[in-house]
Design a protein around this ligand. Sequence first.
Ligand code: HXC
Length: 251
Amino acid sequence: MSLRGKAVLITGGGTGVGKGIAKHLGALGAKVAICSRKNEILQATVAELQGAGIQAIAQECDIRDPAAVEATAAWVLEQYGRLDVLVNNAAGNFPALIADLSYNGFKTVVDIDLNGTFNMSKACYEAWFKNHGGNIVNISAPFEGAGIPYQAHAAAAKAGVNSLTRTCAVEWRKQGIRVNAIEPGAVDNTAGVDRLAAPLTGSTLADVAPCTPTDIAKAVEFLVSDDAVFINGQCIAVDSGTGVDLLKLNL
Ligand code: HXC
């Protein structure tokens, strides 16, 4: 129960990786708050978490909207009286080659993934972290430094998330705030992988046994723990080595 008494906010916490993080941190004693755009899904997840003995609450929030994001940060503080961990997990995605990607399609994914991460980080900083310290973990992607067909929008956004991770860490470290990112590879049974499966068929990524949301959650657990007190501004791949497999020989 290493997170007993701590409060965590997870964006996109109703499904997939976010839900896995909520379950895992909740099982370690954290009070969990989740938000996303779909209230029905949030309520079902809250019921599931509560059924497992986890203290959990949910609020609808579109992280593209700064006013909604500020209201969500205020709501967590009102409900739990503190905020120890923010996990920026919410993301939008669909596979599309640049030739088939509309201006608005590109903008939509960047707005959710990058601007949404900025919005929530800043809102929580202003509302709590700047005076109390805390941990932010951004769920990014192992896309930086490469060309990623079908993922121009998401790859650009996630590279921005990595950059933002480093800058937040540097600007905020003296206030006791650590900001790190996790770059998951393929995670089983998630919307992202289900949607990307077809274009990825035949690639090394498709051949690797996918990890589970719990594998990602365990990395979050470590990063927000005191064992990681000197880890700050890092973007860590949790991808079974697919990102560093440059030759793709499938050994
Ligand atoms: C081409 C598409 C499209 C598609 C949407 N658009 N889906 N273009 N192919 N499949 C375009 C629309 O035509 C529109 O542009 C613009 O995007 C906005 O679409 P809306 O539906 O109006 O926007 P909105 O409802 O706000 O959001 C759409 C969405 C969202 C971004 C697709 O519904 C979403 O993200 N859903 C899935 C969530 C998800 O899978 N999350 C996991 C992410 S995984 P026009 O020009 O027509 O107006 C991840 C990491 C993966 O991030 C790593 C794997 C290795």
